[in-house]
Write a protein that binds this ligand. Sequence first.
Ligand code: SF4
Length: 336
Amino acid sequence: MTEPLLSVRDLHVSFGTSEGVVQAVRGVSFDISQGETLAIVGESGSGKSVTASAIMRLNFGADVRVSGSASLDGQDILSMSEEGVRQLRGKDIAMIFQDPLTALNPFYTVGNQIAEAYAIHHPGTSKKDLRELALDSITKVGIPEPLKRLNQYPHEFSGGMRQRIVIAMALINSPKLLIADEPTTALDVTVQAQILELISAMQEAHGSAVILITHDLGVVAEVTKRVLVMYAGRLVETASVEDAFNSPTHPYTRGLLNSVRSLDSDRHSRLEPIPGNPPSLIDLPSGCPFHLRCQYAASLNDRCRSEVPELKAVGNSWSACHLTVEELSSDLRAAT
Ligand code: SF4
């Protein structure tokens, strides 16, 4: 068996606020192999983006506590020197953010910014070569009139075009791992499809692994094969996309699926939102963090309220739920 490209083990991230300590990520472990596309899904505040930031070692302020490990090609990013991380970031791991405007500097032309993303890891590259590389990458991401557009500033581009520029910057060094955090949320459906196509074409060309962070299950079904479901900072289900969509093993995954409309569902049928809100990460409930919203909690007496369920194998999937396979299948079938 080949070694995973990235191996995350027992990742914990917490940070202090005036209201108390936010336990944003609590014991997350997963692997991703070269060329693989993995989705991380969950509601806002489930810990998806904080997990990604921790892997990139972004936003590590004085009041942020991180433990565990995140090894890329056997090198633990979390215990690396600042200089080591700077060498890695943008070259071996790149990130596409939800809002491209925050990733672009309004005072520099896009050509300069794309060239800079390469030059920082390849000092000594001539200006002429940098310009050609920038032109090549802006062409590859499908920006029309690339020669003219290189000299323009971010505000002269639409949201979709700005996202293409951010992708060009992220991919110019052919990263081993690309983390795309809600890369299409701010875009309309047609641009979204183009951006996703672009990411998979680039991934194929470079053999990169991709972690796609999203709350959009349609996007997950379209572009990934494996999915991690997060709730209140923990992994609650990991499965192939097929298993997660066809036979979810965790009530929360099931709730997420029931709250979106699929193409083959009756358009007059009502969506079933998950009742309530995610818990406060400062004051987590006892036991299973989902128990206040879970329709199956009552059937398990006090166990859901007192005991934190660990991830365990359920069929082909892993699920953090006290339900047995039998209870799970009968309960879930009964609720369908
Ligand atoms: Fe629901 Fe209990 Fe399973 Fe948590 S452990 S998801 S509360 S049934």
